[in-house]
Design a protein around this ligand. Structure first.
Ligand SMILES: *Cc1c(COP(=O)(O)O)cnc(C)c1O
Length: 354
C-alpha cells in the first residue's frame, strides 16, 4: 500500500473563487502565481487557469515565469502572458521568452526597453507612491510622460501598490493613482491594477480593470477578512499510517519523543512526512485527523513524524494533516500560507481531487 503523502487541491474551489471575485467588484482578476502558486504548484495552477480562460498571470521572479513557459510548451500552449513584478537584470530573457511581460521600475528601465526594441505593449509601468520598494518615483512621472507622449506609447499596464496605514491614506492613494492614470490617458493601458487581498476587501476602486491577488483566489484568508464565499483550494495533506508501535517497545529503541508523551498514550503511529517534506517542526503538538478522530503529533523528524494514537488506529488508515487551517496560526506561529509554501515540491505531489 502507498502510504506517501500528497497535497489535495480542489479545482472547483479555485474556479468558484475566481467567479466570486470577478463579481465582487465587477473587475477582472490578475492571478498571482508566485512562490509556487503560494505552495499549490505553479505549473498545475497556471494550466488550470489557462483551461478556465484566464491567460494573464503575475510572478515575482523571472525564474518562475520561465518554469511555467517551459512546462506549458509540453501542452503546445503559448498564448498567455506573465507579468513579472521584479526588476529586469537580464534583458536577453525578455527577447528569448515572448510571454514574459516586464515591469518598468524606473526611467532607465524604460529607456533600455525602448533601445532594445521591446514592444511597449509588453510593459507595465509600476508607480511608487513612497512605499519605497521599487517603482517609478512619483517625482519622475513627468519625465516618463514626456517619453510616452513623444513615442506615442501604449502599454500592457500600469500599477501601484495600495498600502495604507489608515483608511484615509488608502483613499488618498487611490485618488492620486486615478489622477495619474488619467493624465497618461486611461486608454493607453490594457490593464490597470492597484489592490491586493486587503485592498480588495477595504476599497472600491473605479479606475482599475483588474484585481491583483493570490490569497483570495486560493481561498487563504487572514484573520479579520473572512468571507464565507471563498473556498480553500488546498483541502489537506493526505496520506496513510505507515506503521504503528506500542510505547513499551519504543522505550527500547530510544524514541526521543517519549518524555513529552501523554502518560495514557499506549500506541504511536508513524507517518511518512517530516521536515524534509516541509512539514515543519512548528507542527509539534498540533493535531491531525486519523479515521475522522483527532490525534496529537508528538515528534517530527526529517523523514517521519509520530502521532499519539489509540487502539482504533492501524497501518494503512487515512491521515489528514492541516484539517483546521483557520486555527493553525495560533498553534504553530506560522500562517497557513507559510506552511503551504514550505511543503516540498519534490517530495509531495499536488493532486486535484476528482
Ligand atoms: C504578492 C503580491 C500580490 C498578492 O497579494 P495577496 O495578498 O496575495 O492578494 C499583489 N501585488 C504585488 C505587488 C505582490 O507582490
Amino acid at each position: 500500500m502507498d502510504t506517501s503523502f500528497y497535497m489535495e487541491l480542489d479545482k472547483k474551489a479555485l474556479y468558484s473563487n475566481i467567479n466570486y471575485l470577478k463579481n465582487y467588484r465587477g473587475k477582472e482578476l490578475l492571478p498571482i502565481i508566485k512562490a509556487n502558486a503560494y505552495g499549490h504548484d505553479i505549473l498545475q495552477i497556471s494550466k488550470a487557469l489557462y483551461d478556465f480562460g484566464i491567460k494573464t498571470w503575475a510572478t515575482a521572479r523571472f525564474s518562475e515565469a520561465i518554469s511555467v513557459i517551459e512546462y506549458l510548451k509540453e501542452y503546445s500552449i503559448e498564448d498567455f502572458r506573465i507579468l513579472v513584478l521584479e526588476s529586469v537584470e537580464d534583458i536577453e530573457i525578455i527577447n528569448k521568452y515572448k510571454q514574459i511581460c516586464p515591469s518598468v521600475n524606473n526611467i532607465k528601465d524604460l529607456k533600455d526597453f525602448l533601445a532594445n526594441k521591446i514592444d511597449s505593449e509588453r510593459l507595465s509601468l509600476k508607480i511608487d507612491f513612497g512605499y519605497g520598494r521599487n517603482g517609478i518615483k512619483y517625482e519622475e512621472v513627468d519625465e516618463v510622460k514626456q517619453i510616452v507622449k513623444y513615442n506615442s506609447l501604449k502599454f500592457m499596464g500600469i500599477y501601484s501598490h495600495l498600502f495604507s496605514s489608515s483608511y484615509d491614506d488608502g483613499l488618498e492613494l487611490i485618488k492620486k493613482f486615478t489622477e495619474l492614470v488619467n493624465s497618461f490617458g486611461k486608454a493607453n493601458f490594457q490593464m490597470i491594477h492597484l489592490q491586493n487581498a486587503a485592498g480588495i476587501f477595504n476599497y472600491d476602486c473605479e479606475i482599475v480593470t483588474h484585481l491583483r491577488t493570490g490569497m483570495l483566489m486560493y481561498g487563504l484568508q487572514e484573520a479579520g477578512f473572512y468571507d464565507m464565499e471563498l473556498k480553500p483550494v488546498f483541502t489537506g495533506l493526505m496520506g496513510r499510517v505507515a506503521s504503528v508501535s506500542y510505547v513499551d517497545e519504543l522505550k527500547y529503541i530510544a524514541y526521543e519523543g517519549l518524555d513529552s508523551l501523554n502518560t495514557s498514550t499506549q500506541k504511536i503511529a508513524k507517518i511518512k512526512l517530516g521536515y524534509g517534506d516541509g512539514f515543519l517542526k512548528a507542527n509539534l503538538h498540533t493535531v491531525c485527523l486519523i479515521n475522522k478522530k483527532e490525534y496529537t503529533v508528538s515528534q517530527v523528524t526529517m523523514d517521519y513524524s509520530f502521532i499519539e494514537v489509540d487502539d482504533r488506529v492501524n497501518v494503512g488508515d487515512p491521515v489528514q494533516i492541516y484539517h483546521r487551517p483557520n486555527e493553525i496560526k495560533a498553534k504553530t506561529g506560522c500562517s497557513m500560507l507559510e506552511l503551504l509554501i514550505a511543503i516540498s515540491p519534490l517530495r509531495i505531489k499536488r493532486i486535484f481531487k476528482r
